[in-house]
Design a protein around this ligand. Sequence first.
Ligand code: GLC
Length: 478
Amino acid sequence: MKKLSLMLFFVLRFNALIAQEHEMSKDYVAPTDQLVQANLKKWQNLKFGLFMHWGTYSSWGVVESWSICPEDEGWTQRKGPYSANYNTYVKAYENLQTKFNPVKFNPDNWVKAAKDAGMKYVVFTTKHHDGFNMFDTKQSDYKITSAKTPFSSNPKSNVTKEIFKAFSKENFMIGAYFSKPDWHNENYWWPYFPAKDRNVNYDPAKHPEQWQKFKDFTYNQIGELMTDYGKVDILWLDGGWVRPKNTIDTAVDWQKAITFNQDIDMPKIAAMARQKQPGLIVVDRTVAGQYENYTTPEQTVPTKPLDHPWESCITMGNSWSYVPGDKYKSANEIVNLLIKIVSRGGNLLMNIGPGPDGDWDPVAYSRLKQIGAWIKINGEGIYNSTAVAPYSEGSIYYTKAANSNTIYAFATSTTDAVTLPSDIALHLTGINKVKSVTLLGGKKVKFTADNGIINIKVPAGLQSNNGLSHAAVFKIQY
Ligand code: GLC
């Protein structure tokens, strides 16, 4: 049986990499609420967060939600024994609820690993597009705490609550990912019509009562998340196609296909949410305006600093969801990503998908451990830093400490072991009188400073076999 289901996983494996990505908004509107401004500042200083996509889809080891969406693109292709018939497939997919039993779930292990790695905030999928609720909503029985779900008898079955509680204890900022579209809800994909694509499958203008029911449902669910789950700092709203028609950018491919006005009434939702969670950061991603408090480039790093708060969300493996045998990025790649992002003033939200048993792939733990070893020595150049010109030159990246005359130069390496040349030239302008240059985790090094060029003299013993990994960080005080 075990062998069979394992085979099934492999047969059903999708390549989530090719999923059409949410593009970043081009416009940004700064929030006027001072509590939101303060929270955003605090969040910008955290730099490194943990994202988790987890749902019943993890049982099959397939891409999150998308396989039930009848769009014509490659990644929505159904595979496996139920694939020949759409309705049978959706039934089988929804039936995963009756088998979902992640008995190894213990968020304390995740908190420990994430904290050791230097992560400071968490964003968790309370509900993805498929509509399966990973929290104890009162609005639907399609949820982890339903009597239909075996895990409901577990004292930790309200996993959203357990995750938020465990991470809060260690002072992580807490983010609730919530998908605005809900492909299980009869007022979003109305069974009267077949669903054609990711969008609402009827015209809300023609059926306003039906759309109103969906709005109420969404409002109530978000209300629950803002009320019963402790302190929530970020409401991370996905599914940017649920948006007012006048905000559609027809230059963006996936937005072109939005035919109907899908106004969910964000002003009302945000006002309620902020009444319950003062200072809440709202990320109505890709819907530029006052409810997108930061932008969310997906699986990419902007080529230069942006003039507003932003966060790159990037998978540690290739998929957002757990897929068996996924190929995880190396610790070296992840550290390099973090440095690049922070040098441009952004945050890295790194995703790990928990498996059907309720735990991560051991590889994820080992990556976090390696990252943590580097962070412990070099984190002072990461946290509470700001971007500083020239941001980078070649393989060197810069950050500046927020409140002191200190710049950090990250000499990055694409191999685990760092080798350094005898001289490193830094072109930092506007710095008078360099006082000292120190290798983090090491000693002061000699340097010359002339005409805006700081030349670090790397002693022979530090050039190779120096025990440094991923990136050597020089602290420049002036
Ligand atoms: C992509 C995926 C979606 C996922 C999101 C996270 O848009 O298609 O499933 O939740 O990335 O940023």
